[in-house]
Write a protein that binds this ligand. Sequence first.
Ligand code: BES
Ligand code: ZN
Length: 638
Amino acid sequence: MSKARASGARGRLALTAAVLAFSIVPACRRPETPPQATELEGAETKIMDPHSFSRPSEAVVEHLELDLTVDFAARILSGTATLEIDVAPGATELVLDTRGLDISSVELVRPGPVTRADYKLGEETSFLGRPLVIGINDGTEQVRVAYRTRPDAAALQWLSPEQTASGKPFLLSQSQAILARTWVPCQDSPGVRMTYSATIRVPPELLAVMSAENPTMRSAGGVYEFEMPQAIPSYLLAIAAGDLEFRAIDDRAGVYAEPSLVDAAAWEFADVPAMISAAERLYGPYEWGRYDLLVLPPSFPFGGMENPRLTFATPTIIAGDRSLVALVAHELAHSWSGNLVTNATWDDFWLNEGATTYLTYRIMEELYGAEYAAMLEVLGRQDLAATFEELGPASPDSHLKLALEGRDPDDGMNDIAYEKGAALFRSLEAAVGRDRFDDFLRTYFSHFAFRSLDTETFEHYVREHLLDQELADGIGLTDWLYGAGLPADAWAPQSSEFDRVEAQIEALEDGSRPSELDVTDWTTHHWLHFLRKLPAGTTSADLTALDGVFGFNRSGNSEIQSAWFERSIAAGHEEAYPALREFLLRVGRRKFLKPLYTALAATPEGRGWAREVYAEARGGYHSVSSNTVDGILGWGAE
Ligand code: BES
Ligand code: ZN
């Protein structure tokens, strides 16, 4: 289907052809991987991604070369994206995704001579943006787009000096799910992979980093060169620039952060090398060279983002006691589930997050024991139960396989993918035993390495390699994947540590004072369970008494604080509101903002108060978070 071109291309093209025939999206640039898709006969549909305009079966981007200047004053990235493409015989168009990009020219670069290309930008569709349709012929090898972003580019957040610890400006990106197109013209689908290189120019007092091989030192002129030799989908394109310092943790892991945070971060993440080793023991080699973390300012909209080689992380996991490092295990686990083996479309998002959530529990068990992992898993199931409650019993959004066409994928991504997905992995483990399931996962990761697959292909692979018909029927595999809710016989995690917590809550209900409770050796997870399980009738006076002994309101632990604020809002406990206000002004992590603003919006007074705080906080949030909170508070709608 494609022409052979660069050396090594034949292996890749054979893979592409085999892969398309068997419903896996093409993986480019892994010539050393032989085609292995023969088991998948029967599933012969080509996967269409409803969230991308691109048509990779006609012309597919294999390599991206960025040359961008970062202008903090104008809040603009400008420069060129040069795309190496592989074109099917007879194809005449290369289609890229763009949103809010100002295109100044498009050239056909190789083979020479360089010529101006015909191009047009299609109609704007909300959240999808506009297709950039470039006239090519089947000899075209390289296309160059000159463009600039706009100050409101949805992926990018530009922080002013007042919003950072260092007092220097900061730029960060968040490309998942479909925001890469707001800063790079690309085939913005998780089914298309490319390698990339970049030249990034920043003010000389800043360090630039990407999801690639990174510098550890400032360059005198502010020019940084990057190389990403492994092929990745566009949602893993990432950039940040700020007053960053690097600390090595060991010879393959390290951390970047603003100077005042970097030592605390390196201490907090000391167990990362052990996590990598544990994950490798369980799931096979770490394929990405280095594993570093970038600690961002607190406005970062996620807890963590698995940008390859460089996980982006919120500073709210630096608790001072290493109690929130499961998040690092999660982002690291994506190096197998997600970055190596990728969901083909956002309808298959659970393949990334469900597998990763299961891997996280296993990695945490390796490091800290089964009881520790059980606490995490019980908390996860509580989140899942709350999500089922929110969605209602028959919601299609509670299916693992989603149907997000026509919607912003961001709206359909919730705890279902994470915790129902992990629960299915537990059921598979229980059905065949841990050893067999571990073998299966290792084979799965190496078989699909550097490729994307959809839920149907996963199901097929499980039926071929793990479960016979009887076992598949026994666990209700079809219902798990395509049905609502949680199958009744799903394996349920148990934590004896949480039994201790529940005993203390009973004591409280029986009249014990907070100071009389036995909280010996309680960790963050015990406290989270405690706060979640306090009886619904807990009053503001009860909370005052608890806070007097345990100091929740001023806890340095963001998870405990946010659970405490949720209880406080439910009980109308206004003593907590000054601290809550500070929290909402400082922290932009959507996972915290969403439940807090939602709880506040439940009463007219709460809503009024929330709107006042939000008026001040909104400018400090990333668009991912402000979009969500806009919806909760009806911001801009009246
Ligand atoms: N890949 C996700 C973040 C994400 C999901 C971004 C969907 C955009 C769309 C990341 O790995 C993640 O799951 N982060 C969680 C971490 C947690 C589950 C440990 C977060 O940010 O809270
Ligand atoms: Zn994740």
